[in-house]
Design a protein around this ligand. Structure first.
Ligand code: CMC
Length: 431
């Protein structure tokens, strides 16, 4: 972050204040208001943080108008085509692409951490079988801090590293266990001769009674889903992880908080909600009815999988995801499915509709990911856990960046208080 020597002038109560302007490497300049309250006794108001940079970061950049997403400077389209998920993990965590030797070492370390503590199996058994896998994941990931005491000291860089490796390695195992538990099948241990995505598919879909071979096309599609979801700068769940971490909470607890936030239908829960909406629409002829509901100011209904806080152009992840969806559906010979027909028609209608065009509401990543995941055989309840395991590396990278920053302060927003002023307590008999 560079001080530009430029300032913005704020005039308030007859006085003027010079606020420094900071310049990013790319993106809009930032007015530094850190000293505003001390100098002018005034707060700023920005619910939803639509105009507020909450931190400095060198990890991910989004240009919402261009529809551009960069991980450490590399465009997502190039990474999706040429890289693979574990290489993207290395890149996000370390800032540069690995050499061959670095990649081998990193993969080896992740692979050694894929199993979970055996006692965790009993922990799973405490959940109801019909629990949503996200509920199970919030609990189990939070409980990792009870199982891995030796990586809780956030002031020790080695322990921070081990915690990061553990979470990246174990989240697929935990998500697959949550799935197996929900369908009453035995847990499948990780197989370390498989790549990251294939291992996850194997843990989800194999059973001890039969051999299971992972399709390379499906593994590639899964790996791509993971890459596309790996990080997305200061979104709600990442900001949650940072806020939790700013108090010094351990990384497992912080990631559990991120998972809880991701679950909401306005965020990661949208992939499940989008597919359920497509099913509810059911047939192409019912689309106008749902589009009208989405436009109706008095109806809370929204077209799930459309719109984004930052992208006011096509979500670049959605473009790649759409290509992947076509590949997967071709491989599986799914061409005539009604949900798919509804999805394609809805996409076309929304992209031409004045309401969606004028508000720049394009399909987002969640619109297409559900279609692929369903075709692969995942139930809708597993869509958000897959988002969570993919985003874990982003959460950890952002958490590590924050903890390593000597200027770290506990996150503590202020408020615009609109409640009662001081009043005296009234005994119950007089109320
Ligand atoms: N359907 C219908 N109208 C919409 C939609 C939608 N999906 N999204 C936004 N709008 C309208 C909204 O009603 C508002 O209209 P007006 O200006 O007349 O009041 C306008 O567009 C701006 O919406 P907003 O709620 O102020 O925008 P936001 O930046 O706060 O919300 C969003 C972004 C993603 C929460 C929202 O677009 C949404 O709810 N989309 C559906 C859920 C979804 O697909 N979420 C996944 C996001 S991508 C993956 C991720 O980040 O997790």
């Amino acid at each position: 972050m560079a001080d530009t020597k430029k300032t913005a002038t704020l005039s308030y109560e007859g006085k003027s204040y010079e606020l420094p302007i900071l310049s990013p490497t790319v993106g809009p300049e930032v007015i530094d208001i850190r000293k505003l309250y001390a100098q002018a006794d005034v707060f700023t108001y920005d619910p939803g943080f639509t105009s507020t940079a909450s931190c400095e970061s060198a990890i991910t950049f989004i240009d919402g108008d261009k529809g551009e997403l960069l991980y450490r400077g590399y465009p997502i389209e190039q990474l999706a085509e040429k890289s693979h998920f574990l290489e993207v993990c290395y890149l996000l965590l370390n800032g540069s692409l690995p050499t061959e030797a670095q990649m081998e070492n990193f993969e080896g370390r992740i692979t050694r951490h894929t199993m979970v503590h055996e006692q965790m199996h009993y922990f799973f058994r405490g959940f109801r079988r019909d629990s949503h896998p996200m509920a199970t994941m919030v609990g189990v990931v939070g409980a990792m801090s009870a199982f891995y005491h030796d990586s809780l000291d956030i002031n020790d860089p080695w322990q921070r590293e081990v915690a990061a490796m553990r979470m990246i390695a174990k989240l697929p195992t935990i998500a697959a266990m949550a799935y197996k538990y929900s369908i009453g099948q035995p847990f499948v241990y990780p197989k370390n001769n498989l790549d990251y995505a294939s291992n996850f598919l194997h843990m989800c879909f194999s059973v001890p009674a039969e051999d299971y071979t992972v399709s390379p096309v499906l593994a590639k599609a899964m790996d791509r889903i993971m890459m596309l979801h790996a990080d997305h700068e200061q979104n709600a769940s990442t900001s949650t992880v940072r806020l939790a971490g700013s108090s010094g909470a351990n990384p497992f607890a912080c990631v559990a908080a991120g998972i809880a936030c991701l679950w909401g239908p306005a965020h990661g829960g949208a992939n499940q909600a989008a597919l359920e909406m497509l099913r509810e629409i059911g047939t192409v002829d019912r689309i106008p009815e749902f589009v009208a509901k989405a436009k109706d100011k008095n109806d809370p209904f929204r077209l799930m999988g459309f719109g984004h806080r930052v992208y006011k152009n096509f979500d670049p992840r959605a473009k790649v995801m759409k290509e992947s969806a076509d590949e997967v559906l071709d491989l599986l010979g799914i061409h005539n499915n009604e949900t798919l027909r509804v999805a394609k028609a809805l996409e076309r209608i929304a992209l031409e509709d004045e309401y969606f065009v004028s508000k720049k509401l394009y399909p987002n990543v969640d619109f297409y990911s559900g279609i692929i995941l369903e075709a692969m055989g995942f139930p809708t309840a597993m869509f958000t856990p897959i988002f969570a395991l993919s985003r874990t590396v982003g959460w950890i990278s952002q958490w590590k960046e924050m903890i390593g920053d000597p200027a770290l302060k506990i996150g503590r927003p202020r408020q615009l208080y609109i409640g009662e002023t001081t009043r005296d307590y009234v005994p119950v008999a007089q109320r």
